[in-house]
Design a protein around this ligand. Structure first.
Ligand SMILES: [Zn+2]
Ligand SMILES: [Zn+2]
Length: 394
């Protein structure tokens, strides 16, 4: 069991991330000590060791800050100062408060997250307002460190194999300094694995870093990117043009996240916006999009119980094999439940269970996937999308 702040690290994500960091950097340090042992006669060997160590320091520093700072959560039960503004905001049924502009509810953190970008399993929390800078620094230093490690380990492997093959008798350790480290077969195997992992991490994390920098330059989180795309589509049929309120220009966008103090600008609740927009420009757009989505929902009635299993054998092989490729929840449904469906797959549907006291804000929302064969459309509803989607899958 883990207590206090370390609870955040007790999850497979940080375990794997920290294992990779320590394994790759540990192997690189071993190779460095073996081949380029820092010693007073070679300034370069000392500089090299300092550079390698500083990557490790910066990787871990930013990693732990991203984990322990957290993204910043909207206070539970939060509401705007002016009650008039409540109609421009969405309500969170779990946090029992309004969602501040740019915040979204994360089902893993189970809280509304300030300027939520995404939930990152590797840090076991969200990337959001408070830890955005440290998270991005981490994404920068991790590939740099891994790239450096790749070179050190590759040169070591090459030298070892070359020496063992062509001059095994002449083989001497470079500096002849006793370190208690022998480069045998286990070390060679460990180095091969480390090099593979280091190349993989370099490429994958560099890709994430580019994605993050692009999002910071536009001041548009991953979620906002979706909202803006839908807003542009929605407004293309209207006379008014949608203006994204938070893009203040590249320089100001960067300065909003990266500051000398290491803390982002602002309180994570109110945001500077471009001229012609208000604090609620985006939230009003979101509400309009949600309304549109609601209008397209179709009512279904449950005809067969489903216990929420990910692979419900009793519902047929096709239902088990063609499951939705998402980690969104599967919901338990009982006969005669009413469900409003918003997404359709051939064998699965996504919807929200309706309660008698619906509309009461304290009622929790139950949304998720369930097998299509467990429900039937309520008479009177014709869904074009339903038909189209089924056709497409065939
Ligand atoms: Zn919430
Ligand atoms: Zn989260």
């Amino acid at each position: 069991m883990c207590f206090g702040p370390f609870r955040q690290l007790c999850h497979w994500g940080p375990f794997v991330a920290l294992f990779l960091i320590f394994y790759i950097t540990g192997t690189a340090v071993m190779c460095d000590l073996f081949y380029w042992t820092p010693n007073k006669d070679s300034l370069l060997s000392i500089v090299h060791f300092v550079v390698l160590s500083s990557w490790i320091f910066f990787i871990l520093w930013n990693y732990f800050h991203a984990v322990f700072y957290g993204p910043g959560f909207v206070p539970l039960g939060w509401k705007p100062e002016n009650p008039e503004d409540e109609k421009s905001l969405q309500y969170c049924h779990v946090c029992k408060g309004f969602k501040a502009p740019r915040s979204h509810h994360c089902r893993y953190c189970n809280r509304c997250v300030m300027k939520m970008d995404h939930h990152c399993p590797w840090i076991n929390t969200c990337c959001g307002h408070r830890n955005h800078a440290h998270f991005t620094y981490f994404l920068w230093f991790a590939p740099l460190g891994c790239f450096h490690a790749t070179i050190i380990i590759s040169v070591t492997i090459y030298s070892e194999i070359y020496k063992q093959l062509y001059s095994p008798r002449k083989y001497r350790r470079p500096n002849n300094i006793p370190l208690g480290v022998e480069f045998g077969l286990p070390q060679l195997f460990m180095s091969f694995v480390a090099v593979g992992l280091a190349i993989g991490v370099t490429l994958a994390v560099l890709f994430l870093f580019i994605t993050q920098i692009r999002s910071i330059l536009k001041n548009e989180s991953g979620i906002e990117n979706w909202i803006v795309a839908k807003a542009k589509h929605r407004h293309s049929k209207m006379e008014s043009k949608f203006v994204y309120p938070y893009n203040l220009g590249r320089k100001r966008n960067l300065l909003e996240v990266f500051t000398w103090q290491g803390r982002p600008q602002g309180d994570g609740i109110s945001w500077p916006v471009v001229e012609g927009c208000t604090q609620y420009t985006l939230t009003i757009e979101q509400i309009a999009q949600k309304q549109l989505k609601k209008e397209r929902m179709i009512e279904y009635i449950v005809i067969e119980d489903y216990e929420g299993s990910w692979f419900p054998i009793s519902k047929g092989c096709c239902t088990c094999l063609c499951f939705p490729l998402t980690d969104e929840p599967r919901i338990e449904i009982d006969e005669e439940d009413i469900i409003m469906v918003s997404r359709w797959k051939k064998y699965w549907l996504y919807g929200e269970v309706q309660f008698i006291n619906d509309g009461d804000e304290s009622t929790p929302r139950i949304r998720g996937w369930f097998p299509r064969r467990c429900v039937k459309q309520n008479a009177g509803h014709i869904c074009k999308d339903d038909v189209d989607d089924t056709k497409k899958k065939r």
